[in-house]
Ligand binder design. Structure first.
Ligand code: LLP
Length: 402
């Protein structure tokens, strides 16, 4: 049974800190990381938490504290990771379509770097030659992931250097004496099928022999976690077994030991998060009732942006009679969280909780409609701690020149 916070705990937090409120359960982060370690036991593997999912400095510190590494998608995420206490050796920077200046900044921080364009690879080689090992992000031409917006490895994707450009990559390496330590792919998010990862390994192993100094195969993130009740995530024990086997076979065949890296975001933090909201108003809808909550697409955009499903619970009336609700936000746009969702009877003032609210939820929030961003709370060892204050008017004016 996975570690969870109870309805009573969540209601008490909502009363204490107000709503809307993000709550993160630290032990669940540890549990997810331990599941990975357990599943990959015996394999030469490192996990880098994809910080873009949730960058609160307290979460980063906790991830560092439990021994996990961190993957950053911008140089600022890398700076935050260092600020949180990560050793540069534990920080990976995998960016997309960035300026060479940003890559130089990452280099000056001493972190691992994956480069995703030939032009930046060439500039890096010309400037640093063999002195600073780097990784190359390739586009494996594999279609996978929960939806097209989060599919990143297919043949029409903006991410990575297309596999078919490998000859040009090799020319650049030869010309500039680059030290290529890592080959990287990230095929997409919410990949359930272990075979997709196996295909990724196959693609990288096929080209690996052309990189004599290669030490690492980085397979990115994308492990699926369940969002709907009864839904299944990626079979992590099977993946661990498969990766171990594939890498051992490679070693036996080529006499060369490679290390596997992964960059899970959702897997590490999605399920630790709860987003608590309060129902402001009820209104009639065509075949349901509108439950208008005290939040909107400004705080949780996944349902509107990706059609993502988030389980909703009425923690104020969990045993109420089931009725159909359209759970909608308070933004001046149609911000529907759920349509015709069967939920226990909702009364105005009830607390509704969105599950899987750890990854890409607060992190993708905005000040749209000049509403305050929610507070964030972390529960660790049974104790709740405020880790971000709810905004106030000065936060809306911050940075404005007037
Ligand atoms: N590595 C790289 C290079 C990535 O681009 C990503 C995610 C990850 C790792 C982590 O993927 P994960 O394990 O979290 O699936 N905002 C979207 C997801 C976008 C993912 C972007 N890249 C969502 O809310 O579904």
């Amino acid at each position: 049974m996975a570690t969870e916070l109870s309805h009573e705990q969540l209601s008490a937090l909502a009363r204490e800190y107000g709503t809307p409120l993000y709550v993160y359960h630290a032990e669940r982060i540890r549990e997810q990381y331990n599941n990975l370690l357990e599943a990959f036991r015996g394999a030469d593997v490192r996990f880098f938490y994809a910080a873009k999912a949730l960058t609160n400095i307290n979460v980063l510190r906790y991830v560092n504290h439990i021994g996990c590494n961190v993957d950053c998608s911008s140089v600022n995420e890398a700076r935050l990771a260092l600020h949180a206490g990560f050793d540069p050796e534990k920080v990976l920077y995998t960016s997309n379509n960035v300026s060479f200046e940003e890559i130089e900044e990452a280099q000056s921080l001493g972190v691992h770097i994956n480069i995703d364009s030939i032009s930046n690879l060439r500039k890096f080689g010309r400037k640093f030659g063999h002195s600073y090992p780097v990784g190359i992000r390739l586009r494996p031409n594999i279609m996978a992931g929960g939806n097209l917006k989060i599919s990143t490895g297919h043949a029409d994707s903006k991410f990575g250097i297309p596999l078919e450009n490998i000859t040009e990559v090799l020319d650049v390496i030869r010309e500039t004496n680059l030290f290529i330590r890592t080959l990287h792919i990230h095929t997409g998010s919410e990949i359930k099928d272990v075979e997709v990862f196996a295909r990724g390994i196959e693609v990288l192993f096929e080209v690996a022999q052309q990189f004599p100094e290669l030490e690492v195969i980085d397979l990115g993130g994308g492990f699926k976690v369940p969002y709907m009740p009864g839904e299944e995530g990626t079979d992590i024990p099977l993946l661990g077994k498969k990766v171990k086997e594939e890498f051992e076979q490679y070693e036996a065949k080529y006499g060369r030991k490679l290390q596997a890296w992964f960059e899970p975001g959702k897997y590490i933090v999605s399920e630790c998060g709860y987003f608590i909201t309060k129902v402001n108003v009820l209104k009639p809808a065509v075949n349901a009732v509108f439950a208008g909550v005290d939040t909107g697409l400004n705080h949780l955009i996944r349902p509107m942006f990706y059609n993502a499903y988030h389980q909703i619970e009425n923690i104020s009336n969990p045993t109420g009679a089931i009725q159909q609700y359209n759970v909608v936000g308070n933004i001046c746009e149609t911000d529907t969280f759920a349509e015709n969702r069967p939920l226990p009877e909702i009364r105005e003032g009830d607390f509704l909780v969105f599950r899987n609210a750890g990854a890409y939820c607060f992190e993708m929030s905005s000040h749209y409609n000049s509403r305050f961003k929610p507070a964030e709370v972390m529960v660790e060892d049974g104790t709740a701690r405020l880790i971000r204050k709810r905004d106030e008017l000065s936060d809306l004016l911050a940075g404005q020149v007037y």
